[in-house]
Design a protein around this ligand. Structure first.
Ligand code: 13P
Length: 250
């Protein structure tokens, strides 16, 4: 299984800034990228075409999008379809990101609809799950991850799951500088793996599970080596090429 090193640029970067960062990353990484790693850049919609063009033909580099609406077309002002993302050069897309769940009030049901629809449209979907600090303090981690995965994968067949990736991002570790302890990551990823095997008895063992939440150049190497960690999803430390290149090569 290749490790997936993903950069979620969130609501940052103009087109020119995104192009420059993509170009710098290719320069820093391309000839050193191990065979068993791939890099996924996830810019804002406006920079998708620029990033996809900057990465075209560079082995091991992929472009992804942050969001979409689960319909093919129609009267959905402000929304964008999976086919439009693919047309712009995206091969992957996020669903269930903590900021969409908690800032944009996306429900478990909506996350499930989007995950199945995105996979059905041929995209690789990275379904994000994770507990809040209150839920962790109330010992509800297993319950919350189980619920988010059950709802997120409600309509996902074994066939669709071949393109599925799951990201465990504890909400309290996102953008806080507080990385989860190694033991917390091992425990949560084992829970996610067990639930994936229950929901997808055939393919659940080979779905990649990424860790996200204050991943930095100095902790990425340890995290990426843990059991059931097949990649990272990086926010803040992915914005600068120098920092993200050190994570990718950690
Ligand atoms: P930070 O790396 O900034 O904590 O963000 C993590 C994240 O939300 C990636 O999707």
């Amino acid at each position: 299984m290749k490790k997936l090193m993903a950069a979620n640029w969130k609501m940052h970067k103009t087109r020119a800034e995104a192009r420059d960062t993509a170009r710098d990353l290719v320069g820093l990484i391309a000839d050193k990228l191990p065979q068993d790693r791939e890099v996924l850049l996830i810019p804002a919609f406006t920079a998708l075409v620029d990033v996809a063009q900057s990465l075209a033909g560079v082995p091991g580099f992929l472009t992804g999008a942050q969001n979409f609406y689960p319909e093919t077309h129609g009267a959905f002002t402000g929304e964008i379809s999976p086919a439009m993302l693919a047309d712009a050069g995206a091969t992957h897309v996020l669903t269930g990101h903590s900021e969409r769940r908690h800032v944009l009030s996306e429900s478990d049901t909506m996350v499930g609809r989007k995950t199945a629809f995105g996979l059905g449209a041929g995209l690789g979907v990275i379904l994000c799950v994770g507990e809040t600090i209150k839920e962790r303090q109330a010992s509800r981690v297993a319950e919350v991850l189980g619920r988010q995965l059950s709802a997120g994968l409600a309509d996902v067949s074994e066939d669709l799951a071949q393109r599925l990736v799951v990201a465990y991002e504890p909400v309290w570790a996102i953008g806080t500088g507080v990385t989860a302890q190694t033991s917390d990551i091992l425990q949560a990823h084992a829970l996610v793996r067990a639930k994936l095997k229950e929901l997808l008895p055939v393919g659940g063992a080979s779905v990649r599970i990424l860790y996200g939440g204050s991943v930095k150049p100095d902790n990425a190497g340890e995290i990426i080596g843990l059991d059931n960690v097949e990649g990272v999803l990086v926010g803040g430390a992915s914005l600068a090429a120098d920092s993200f290149s050190r994570i990718v090569l950690a």
